[in-house]
Ligand binder design. Sequence first.
Ligand code: IPM
Ligand code: MN
Length: 368
Amino acid sequence: MAETYKVAVLAGDGIGPEITQQALRVLRLIEQKRDVVFACDEVEFGAAAYFSTGKAFPDATKKACDEADAILKGPIGLSHEESEKIPVEERPERGALLPMRRRLNTYANFRPISLPKGMAHFSPLKPEIVSEGIDIMLIRELIGGLYFGSKERGETEEGLRYVKESLDYDEQQIRQILVVAFKESMKRKKILHNIHKSNVLISSVLWNEVLEEVALDYPEVRVIHMLVDAAATHLCLNPCQFDVMVMENMFGDILSDQAGGILGSLGLMPSACIGPDKAYYEPSHGSAPDIAGKNLANPYSMIGSVALMLDMSFGMTEEAKAVWQAMQSVFQAGFSTGDLSSASSGNTLLSTSEFGDKVLESLEGLIV
Ligand code: IPM
Ligand code: MN
């Protein structure tokens, strides 16, 4: 009997459906090659779900996620103008994505920042900085901090509008993400950059206290402390010093987009969101409404999210490696996508589906 994995597929908004389609082709190919079935349940999520059901995270989608072994999720969101047509609480970010993260308790967000040597030319950084490529694992706490703290809006006694939102963490929340980071460091170079802002925020002071405690269990890991603002500079000037980086939610949101920038495109940023019972996989970028439906988007981040799912949820490490290798070989053969290269670059620019074709062709030879 073939091993069967249930995958809830939430294609999302904008370019979501077209890049998801390419990612699913990869799963279908692996099914042909291995004794495995990916039972995919495609459900609505985000703005698309709101317009058809009135809810951004409908009950049917919650059920599909609850029943799934893993979840593959495309980007969500709309242009500013389109967003305005949806009540604030049902907008895809507030109404779907954040509730999903909380519901599934996916506190550990893995964002690989990877540019193999053969793709180093995509980076806007000088060749001497990135000639060896970039290989960082950014670990972002995903269900705490400012994103989930209490929020208040009102008027002061003087009649001024004010807002107040709080950055909340307890020590257990901090410990669990730090343990993930130390474990990841043990699998890699045993160097862990702890990114914080303890010169200003007491949340960072507590974070660092807990880190000292957790570190006792991982004496082989060398911890390097770095303030978040300094980390932003170092990511540009010397990204190769980093191996594993760990940080709270908001810092991780910002630095991971910067990381996409040093790779050359957010289109190269897949991610894994892992909780104690459930995991979901998603690109780190938005839904790019300006190019949606035009067969232009680079599906790398979505296919990369499949690779992370194969590895982290299904233990299919070899197959995951083959998927990465297949994508790299497409770029190495002189092909590219519009987000990474201009028409005058000398690369042959591929559409979304053509990129999928090339990846499949290459993967065919890599998985025997
Ligand atoms: C991300 C995204 C989300 C975030 C948005 C869509 C709410 O930017 O996954 O990085 O801020 O976490
Ligand atoms: Mn973000």
